[in-house]
Design a protein around this ligand. Sequence first.
Ligand code: AMP
Length: 509
Amino acid sequence: MGRVVGIDLGTTFSAVAAMSADGRAEIVHNRDGKNTTPSVVLFDGDDILVGEAAKNQIASSSGDIVSYVKRHMGSRDYVFMPDSSDGSYGPEHISAFILKYLVDGASEALGEPVTDALITVPAYFDEGQRNATKQAGVIAGLNVLGVLNEPTAAAVSYGIDTGFEGTVLVYDLGGGTFDVTVMKSGRGVVDIVSTEGDRNLGGFDFDNVLIELVLREFVGRGGQPITDTAILAGLRERVEAAKLRLSTSASAPVFVSSDGMTEKIVITREQFESATIDLMLRTEYILENVVEAAGLRFADIDKVLLVGGSTRMPMVRSLVARVAGREPDTTVHPDEAVALGAAIAAEVRTAHSQNREAELAEGKTVRISDVVSHGLGVAIQSSAGTMVNYLLIKPNTTIPCQIAVDDFGTVADGQSELNVQITESDEDGCDLRYTNILGTSLLKLSQPRPAGSPIRVVFSCDIDGVLHVEVTDLADNSYVGEMEILRTATLSDAEVSDLTRETASAAVQ
Ligand code: AMP
């Protein structure tokens, strides 16, 4: 085994951390000597550029550049086809290029090969997205120790650094996703109590609103509507820069050029904040839900942590302070805390698998318990004859967990097989249309049974949130079958092997 690292594979930026010889988590610099790397990939014929070099080309090579790929993680519908080559790339493959670049850089910086990694994911990632993230790591040539929720990682890093004891709320608004998590921390333990989020809410959406504002103003001044993707890509860059500036200044200029017309459009912070109020309200709604789901009131929260680059916006700080009734703690580094916590958790997992104590500074220890972010269940026939969801594992159940239910039964006389449909949904009894079907399996009974013959279903969820299902025929206690959930969204083993070979020989730089 070479070096073990924690990787924050972010929507806009990624970071790598490793444990130092004295048991502290430290950020590993990338090849440019920076702490974070833009999660951007540029396809230049056979060459694949990642990070700053790719991001710098966004305006000139938009047809060859992929950013925000994390938003498509676990989707089989997303395929990127660069202009400059014949290749086509799915989200796991593109993410693997980012990971390979990060890991190659980390191996150089650490002076020994990085072989193992724990990769962080938004708490609200579903099973398919978690698996896709693991597959990206495998395709990048890594031994993936597992995935870890980003807010959990941030809390681990904070808890270890400060020794804080109490109830902590983490508000994590990154580039593409939003999560809120409530946890209890203290005496080397981080217990997650509840978590919720929105996988399509982040800095990217604030950029979109700003782009709309600027374009509306441009057209208002007589400019032609802009549809050219290269011009829009360049504008997105400048708009994001203006957004960053608005975090510290009352106004920021954006230059827009098209069809021979150039305009300097000044956006004020007030304009920006009133245009994005709906986005902020979405975060407020989730914030309140999470605290309620934890069975708490804001008065019970001892510490509020802000994580993710977008929490640098002053309106985020004031919203959180208003809703939580206390000023958020600003000592955690929004861009680095997640990777640092991942490195600590990676050391804890490695130590556990090697039957030794984790090597943390000053004899510190940490035990991390997490929760499932989505409910898991099976489809059953309702008394009205329609198919509905039967919730077995409620959202926010602590993992690892196992739940056995004996209430199931055959529905027809002479039934010889069971059609088991595994669902992902937070609501018990809802119509199947509102659930995500994770997998379906036709399992054979040892012999035909009359209607109503009892069946046991056991759900086990591991520490990564991955589900395992076992079915028993209670008429004779015979084992009917078990299924690891094979999702349509993720790649097959053969596809992963092919992409791993391809990525190992790819010119990623
Ligand atoms: P992350 O995914 O945590 O790296 O967050 C990246 C997001 O944070 C991007 O959308 C950035 O535009 C945004 N961001 C970073 N710094 C700032 C800032 N100073 N003000 C506003 N947004 C920021």
